[in-house]
Design a protein. Structure first.
Length: 423
């Protein structure tokens, strides 16, 4: 499912997910650190209170003054979070205690028993090492401290408080942290949507270019390379690939439309161009002329001088044809020693003028056989022109024009060669 989504959406999800994970880990670490810090702070406050009470309790406990001990513990009622305060003598007997009014007897007795158990378990720490014992639970926390008199332990003071203030601080902190994290996540998602374009735009441009080339086959399309990063290299590679494909297609197109020996258009390309020109002539009501020509006695040239000389004659005649035809005429090698000239917009008279110019130029051209002397050749030409009507079938007109020009060319040969005949 995820692989079907666009890269733009994937990148936004990746950036937003990474940000969310980072915020979650950061929030968890911060919350835990805050909990530890606030717990220690709460215990420290309770320990300070216990130290003050212990200092005041010293005389009362030393002189076994239960009434004074009770008066010392009485002010604790103003702190609604103090659940239990207990003073025991050095043998563990409870001398005085304070219980919060909302504390049930069962809860108070359970806490008192926990204090006794703790004193028993931590007696060495309390009486020998003069240390303070602290404990922290989910619902309460407590501090036990030894009361000393003249360097001797005379009792233990235990103060137990609820953890409501601690829980409130932690809850408020988590709410603030959660609000900040959500706001930060929203901002990061917004930035991710904006910033993903920096990464996806080059890719999307490349995909768009690829689709455009695939649809139009226009390999001249090029990406604007204005980057110096990896995307720039990708753009350059894409443009280089298109250039290679374009050059390959041009070579293939040239091979498909050009005669390899003479460099003129080949027969297939000539017929395609003739069809195009004839359709345009039919649409505009303009004439179209064709000139068919054949090199006279070409077989004797091959037999006497060899095929290399024959190829040279074909190439030379092709150049003369190109120079003699009009700039917008198409000159093609039609097959063997036959050539075709298509004269767009030419009447019979205009096509005949082109034919005469070709005949005269070929006759006058001296061909250097490169060591075998010089050679002159002539050509026989057939001329035909017509203006196709709107009802004419183009295929039939093409066949008829070629056939008529070809028949006229053979009549020129039968009439003595080196001339043109209009058909």
């Amino acid at each position: 499912m995820f692989h079907k989504l666009s890269i733009r959406f994937k990148l936004v999800v990746l950036l937003a997910g990474s940000a969310a994970l980072a915020l979650l880990v950061s929030s968890l670490i911060t919350s835990y650190t805050t909990y530890v810090t606030e717990s220690r702070a709460s215990l420290r406050v309770l320990q300070q209170l216990t130290s003050v009470i212990s200092e005041n309790m010293r005389a009362a406990l030393a002189f076994h003054d239960v009434h004074s001990a009770g008066n010392i513990l009485a002010p604790l009622r103003v702190d609604s979070h103090i659940l239990l305060a207990v003073v025991t003598d050095d043998v563990g007997k409870v001398w005085s205690q304070y219980r919060h009014p909302t504390l049930s007897k069962a809860q108070g007795d359970a806490m008192l028993q926990h204090v006794r158990d703790t004193i028993t378990a931590e007696s060495q720490k309390l009486f020998d090492q003069e240390a303070t014992v602290e404990h922290l639970h989910d619902d309460c926390m407590g501090v036990l401290q030894t009361v000393w008199f003249d360097g001797k332990p005379i009792g233990v003071l235990a103060v137990i408080s609820d953890t409501q203030r601690l829980r409130t601080k932690i809850r408020d902190f988590i709410l603030v942290q959660l609000s900040i994290s959500l706001l930060t996540l929203v901002v990061l998602v917004f930035l991710s949507v904006r910033l993903q374009a920096l990464f996806t735009r080059p890719i999307l441009d490349l995909v768009a270019a690829m689709h455009s080339v695939a649809a139009t086959k226009d390999y001249r399309h090029a990406l604007s390379v204005q980057r110096s990063d990896e995307f720039g290299e990708l753009y350059e590679g894409f443009d280089a690939m298109l250039a290679e494909v374009r050059e390959r297609d041009e070579r293939l197109s040239k091979l498909a439309t050009t005669d390899a020996l003479t460099g003129l258009a080949n027969r297939r390309h000539a017929m395609d161009v003739l069809a195009t020109m004839l359709a345009r002539s039919q649409r505009k009501g303009e004439p179209l002329g064709v000139v068919m020509l054949d090199i006279d006695f070409f077989k004797k040239v091959n037999d006497h001088y060899g095929h290399p000389a024959g190829d040279l004659v074909l190439q030379t005649v092709a150049r003369v044809l190109q120079d003699s035809a009009r700039e917008y005429d198409l000159v093609a090698r039609f097959g063997g020693e036959e050539f075709l000239v298509i004269c767009e917009g030419a009447t019979v008279e205009m096509a005949a003028a082109v034919a005469e110019r070709i005949r005269s130029s070929v006759q006058e051209y001296r061909i250097n056989l490169q060591g075998d002397g010089f050679l002159y050749v002539t050509v026989s030409l057939g001329v035909h022109a017509r203006t196709p009507s709107a009802d004419d079938a183009l295929e039939g007109v093409i066949e008829s024009m070629i056939k008529t020009a070809d028949e006229a060319m053979y009549r020129a040969k039968e009439s003595g060669r080196n001339r043109f005949v209009v058909g």
